[in-house]
Design a protein around this ligand. Structure first.
Ligand code: PLP
Length: 370
């Protein structure tokens, strides 16, 4: 099955991109120097993709152009009302030099769901995947080949119409930029400590929690700062019923003594593609998987009784991260650690880097001919 089966946009003609090469592209030696130690989100490739959208013209003017500042009218709606969405997906270099990405149809569809919620236009999934290919066609040398390195791709879309009235913008821009990413953990994966946010929520019923939109992140910064003040790495949010939601950038997964895997499910949780993939791999191994509400009480008493044997977080950037500690205003629960999280992490990254058979057909080649 190809990723575009069942896609209503699959019959669309590809866009005709105009390509303007960056004449001030980084010299190969400088690029190699960056790729030796790329960090995360600090260096960017030489090019970017943009596609315009307007009510009248639909998607038009697809371009690959030199990476650089965007000119925006100060009245651009995104700067005032936050009408913006984004995605996060990686390109992986395999041992034979080829470049692949992972389940881009899923990211394309999620971008459409986010668009619907934020009253933005839906980019056809085939255009989304084409945009990834167009960027790799010019910036392929930026895909690093070191262990656990990747090229992080950041598609995003925002309201660019200059208008201060409150309504969905009539002019929108889609962009794709890319940033080489080093191994998230240097010196091996280590468990993170989590601060329980009691005063702040990231989303509410009927809100934008399930959409990948900047506003959800803006509202998480203050509770994240509170986590740091309490010497924790990350924050976990609860919903109005005191059910566990997520970390704000990573989903949460619980492993029970009998092998059952449980992950919180609610309308206000962002549905991670990493989580979905990890849960599929667990099902393949015979684990029972449940998506349902998990109360804070169930988490804490499950850990205390030994019913819960592992807790981990997952997302594209860090893949899988064991949770070592849950800290609240008046408690500190040491979390049990096992091998399942790390073994699922290894299986997933083996598939992504082409070291293990891709049984589910999740990889899509981005470089060269299709
Ligand atoms: C992106 C994101 C995740 C993780 O999703 P992946 O597809 O696994 O990267 C989880 N929560 C939030 C709020 C996110 O924005």
């Amino acid at each position: 099955m190809t990723p575009l089966d069942n896609d209503p946009d699959a019959g669309l003609d590809p866009l005709a991109f105009t390509v303007t090469r960056n004449l001030a592209a980084a010299a190969p030696a400088r690029r190699e120097e960056i790729l030796q130690n790329p960090g995360f989100g600090v260096h960017f490739t030489d090019h970017m993709v943009d596609i315009c959208w307007s009510v009248r013209g639909g998607w038009h003017r697809p371009r690959v152009q030199p990476y650089g500042p965007i000119t925006l009218d100060p009245a651009a709606a995104v700067l005032h009302y936050g009408q913006e969405i984004f995605e996060g997906i990686k390109a992986y270099r395999h041992a034979d030099g080829s470049v692949h990405t992972f389940r881009p149809d899923q990211n394309g569809r999620r971008l459409q769901r986010s668009a619907r919620r934020l009253a933005l236009p839906e980019l056809p999934v085939s255009y989304f995947i084409q945009s990834l290919r167009e960027l790799i066609a010019v910036d392929e040398p930026w895909v690093p080949s070191g262990e656990d390195q990747s090229l992080y791709l950041r598609p995003f879309m925002f309201a660019k119409e200059a208008f201060l009235g409150v309504r969905p913008a009539n002019k929108v821009a889609y962009y794709l930029i890319a940033s080489p990413a080093g191994a998230y953990f240097t010196g091996g994966v280590k468990p993170v400590s989590i601060w329980l946010s009691e005063d702040y929520a990231r989303a509410g019923k009927g809100g934008t929690g399930a959409a990948k939109t900047g506003g959800n992140y803006a509202s998480s910064l203050l509770p994240q700062a509170e986590a740091y003040e309490n010497e924790c790495d990350q924050v976990v949010f609860l919903d109005q019923d005191r059910n566990v939601e997520e970390l704000g950038g990573m989903n949460v997964v619980f492993v029970y003594k009998d092998g059952t895997i449980v992950t919180p499910q609610s309308e206000s949780i962002l549905e991670g593609i990493t989580r979905d993939s990890i849960l599929q791999l667990a099902r393949d191994r015979g684990h029972k998987v449940e998506g349902r509400g998990v109360s804070l009480e169930e988490w804490r008493s499950g850990v205390a009784s030994g019913d819960i044997v592992e807790v981990f977080a997952c997302g594209t950037a860090a893949v899988v991260t064991p949770i070592g500690v849950l800290k609240g205003r008046d408690f500190l629960d040491q979390q049990p650690t096992g091998d399942l999280a790390l073994s699922l992490r290894e299986e997933l990254t083996d598939i992504q880097y082409g070291r293990r058979e891709d049984k589910h057909g999740w990889l899509v080649r981005l470089d060269g001919a299709e």
